[in-house]
Design a protein around this ligand. Structure first.
Ligand code: FE2
Length: 162
């Protein structure tokens, strides 16, 4: 993982420590799941990068559209991510895949690979904790959207009796 990317993401969010904590938490869960899944190389780089940067469009979405709704984030995030990643000389194929995941990360029907899947599982693990939802709603999310063994193990273990 590129520490400079973490630092840029942290700096981009400025004093919005809630967003910074979110990015670092999603990164931590994504890293655990990808290691459990034996993922290496560029695919690992895509997941780590997407985990850190997936919500980068939120401040612009709020500024331009007055809303952090998923569709605005998905619109504003990819160009910003591209600028940051090009500045750090990331490989073009990694940038393209990360931008695709950011552009679709609230559209679960578009999940088309293990990299995208792990980002969504890690994001959900963090967001279920942050939301007030019923046990039943959490169970439905988990049974619908968790596919990897490690992601399911974390989510079921953590939210049993939620
Ligand atoms: Fe997120």
């Amino acid at each position: 993982m590129n520490h400079e990317l973490s630092l840029r993401v942290i700096e981009y969010f400025g004093t919005d420590s809630r967003r910074i904590h979110h990015a670092m938490q999603v990164y931590g869960f994504a890293e655990t799941i990808l290691l459990a899944e034996g993922i290496v190389g560029k695919e690992r780089q895509v997941i780590e990068t997407a985990a850190l940067i997936h919500d980068i469009g939120i401040p612009e979405a709020e500024r331009k559209h007055g809303s952090s709704a998923g569709n605005y984030q998905e619109l504003e995030g990819p160009p910003l991510a591209r600028t940051i990643l090009e500045g750090l000389s990331y490989p073009e194929e990694v940038i393209n895949r990360v931008c695709f995941i950011i552009a679709n990360h609230h559209s679960y029907t578009k999940i088309d690979g293990i990299d995208f899947r792990i980002l969504v599982e890690a994001d959900l693990i963090v967001n279920i904790y942050g939301n007030t939802m019923s046990r039943q709603a959490a169970d439905t999310l988990i049974s619908k959207h968790f596919v990897t063994a490690a992601g399911r193990r974390i989510a079921e273990g953590m939210y049993q009796g939620y």
